[in-house]
Design a protein around this ligand. Structure first.
Ligand SMILES: Nc1ncnc2c1ncn2[C@@H]1O[C@H](COP(=O)(O)OP(=O)(O)OP(=O)(O)O)[C@@H](O)[C@H]1O
Ligand SMILES: [Mg+2]
Length: 516
């Protein structure tokens, strides 16, 4: 089906749906205010999963480009956004569809299994999980831009009650896009924005990251992995930064981190099974992909373990996507480190397993409305067992174990010959792990990294680590890092380059320690 034809098909499906709804005269928000406020806490794991719902919608509207934009208070700092917008250039929505898109349960694709959405909850649940007001702007080709807005604060003032006392979403009205959105569109679509949808969230009171930089960095990584199979058709930009695909199995040559260094993932044959009758009415396919990684895969200095500053930019992916990765219709929805027969331990970071399933099997995989987790039925686990999953996991573990053993053997003679190679030996992991790196080592290592990698990418990776520590570390460490970053930002802005004032102090320590 060509693009224009499929767009017409979707728009006419939306129109039919709206006409049927209008006949029902069912334009009420059928839930009381308390329910809407309660649903804010429906439990997205984080803003990342909530924003994925909006990106899912944009992808399903055949968008070529999706932008997540941040807007800041005009006189405030650029640290914390005051508005978020997800902007796409998909087929858009006819004005009558807008109020249904805003309603809980409003969908033109009820129980559809072909794409990413099927429940009619994604858009309203995701938006109110982050802020107290949201607006949906949309435009179909050759149409005008219309908007609907829901402000939770106005709910309490009866602003949405009609004459019969029922809650009702006001109809869509013609509108101009907010300036920060139209400015961004002028850049991203110099030929004009022909159609598409913009969801703006403001009164942001539930952001998990305190800075736009933190949110951006996490989104770039999260979306890079979650949408790595879909980014070819739809590109995603976060605050101007393009999301690059990251295959968490490191098997795709055109994905990020594949060619970071000489280490490569080793694939095992993938297995596809078609389910038709084995699980009642459920129909669909499941593909199991496998890979194992050499033990040095996450390390910068390959002779040492991927610990602390020797961890490369692959390491956070190994750590975070640790367990079986579940992908539904091409979008990663969950990672689970427990199966009925085995639990993934730290060493299993080097074995990679992905289960790709079609949405026709949602019930068997226990997919919930938020599409952020799976909970497999016993029958589904049994089918996976029959497809050889436990054996494959053991086989991958064996591969990793023997690669480790080979590496240990290879480095053993060196261990005996010089004192420096003691540090290089994986067999000395323990002593090396507890021995704090001297500041001199840090400087040498930093120099080496900056020669080896693009300084910008290296700085990005370092900042990402610091932000993770701020988020996950102990409170006093978080405060230290936070003030360090603020100081660094103000020094940079004030033009204190290349080293901020006061940087001499650690240097002195370096020399003293180095000599003693
Ligand atoms: N970016 C978009 N472009 C075009 N139409 C959209 C867009 N976002 C939402 N819609 C319309 O609004 C409806 C509601 O979206 P919503 O995300 O709430 O539900 P859904 O995607 O149908 O199901 P799910 O709850 O599984 O996400 C969609 O069915 C679609 O008709
Ligand atoms: Mg949706």
């Amino acid at each position: 089906m060509d693009g224009a034809l499929r767009t017409r098909k979707v728009i006419s499906e939306q129109r039919r749906y709206c006409e049927a709804k209008a006949r029902d005269r069912n334009l009420n928000l059928f839930v009381p205010e308390a329910f809407i406020r309660g649903i804010r806490h429906i439990g997205y794991k984080s803003n990342l999963e909530a924003l994925s719902e909006l990106v899912d919608n944009s992808i399903q509207a055949y968008s070529e480009r999706v932008d997540l934009l941040f807007n800041f208070a005009s006189e405030g700092s650029t640290a914390r956004p005051t508005q978020l917008a997800v902007v796409d250039d998909g087929h858009g929505m006819a004005p009558a569809m807008l109020r249904f898109a805003m309603m809980w349960g409003g969908t033109h694709r009820e129980n559809d299994r072909e794409g990413l959405g099927r429940f009619g909850y994604g858009l309203p649940c995701a938006t109110v999980s982050m802020g107290r007001r949201f607006s949906i702007y949309s435009k179909v080709e050759r149409g005008a831009t219309h908007v609907v807005t829901l402000d939770l604060d106005l709910l309490d003032n009866d602003a949405y009650r009609n004459n019969d006392g029922e809650l009702e979403i006001p109809p869509a009205r013609r509108a101009h896009l907010p300036d920060f959105v139209s400015n961004a569109l002028a850049q991203s679509h110099p030929g004009g924005w022909k159609s598409g949808t913009v969801v703006v969230i403001d009164k942001l009171d539930r952001l998990d990251w305190t800075t736009a930089a933190g949110l951006r960095r996490n989104l770039v990584r999260h979306f890079g992995v979650a949408y790595h199979k879909l980014l070819r058709a739809t590109s995603i930009y976060i605050d101007g930064e393009r999301v690059r695909p990251i295959d968490p199995l490191f098997l795709s040559p055109d994905a990020e981190l594949f060619g970071l260094d000489e280490d490569h993932a080793h694939a095992l044959d993938s297995v596809t099974m078609t389910i038709d009758g084995e699980l009642g009415d459920a129909r669909g396919s499941v593909t199991l992909r496998y890979a194992w990684l050499p033990p040095s895969f996450g390390a910068i200095d390959k002779s040492r373990d991927a610990i602390g500053i020797n961890a490369n930019s692959r390491f956070p992916i190994l750590k975070h996507y640790h367990g079986i990765i579940f992908s539904r219709n091409g979008r990663i929805v969950d990672i689970q480190s427990r199966t009925p027969w085995t639990t993934f331990i730290n060493n299993d970071r080097y074995i990679r397993v992905e289960i790709e399933f079609s949405a026709g099997l949602d019930e068997a995989f226990g997919v919930t409305t938020a599409k952020q987790q799976v909970s497999l039925s016993r029958e589904m686990w049994d089918l996976l067992r029959a497809a050889g999953l436990p054996k494959a996991i053991e086989h991958l573990r064996q591969k990793v174990r023997s690669a480790k053993a080979d590496r240990t053997t290879a480095s053993r003679p060196a261990v005996a010959s010089t004192s420096t190679s003691v540090v290089a030996s994986p067999s000395s992991t323990k002593s090396h792990a507890i021995e704090p790196a001297s500041p001199l080592d840090v400087k040498v290592l930093t120099g080496r990294i900056l020669r080896e990698f693009a300084p910008e990418a290296a700085l990005d990776a370092l900042l990402a680590k610091i932000l993770v520590r701020i988020r996950l570390g102990r409170a006093e460490h978080a405060a230290d890092y936070d003030s360090l970053l603020r100081e660094w930002a103000s020094d940079m802005r004030a033009g204190h380059l290349p080293l901020p004032a006061g940087a001499e102090a650690p240097k002195v320590t370096v020399k003293t320690r180095g000599r003693s």
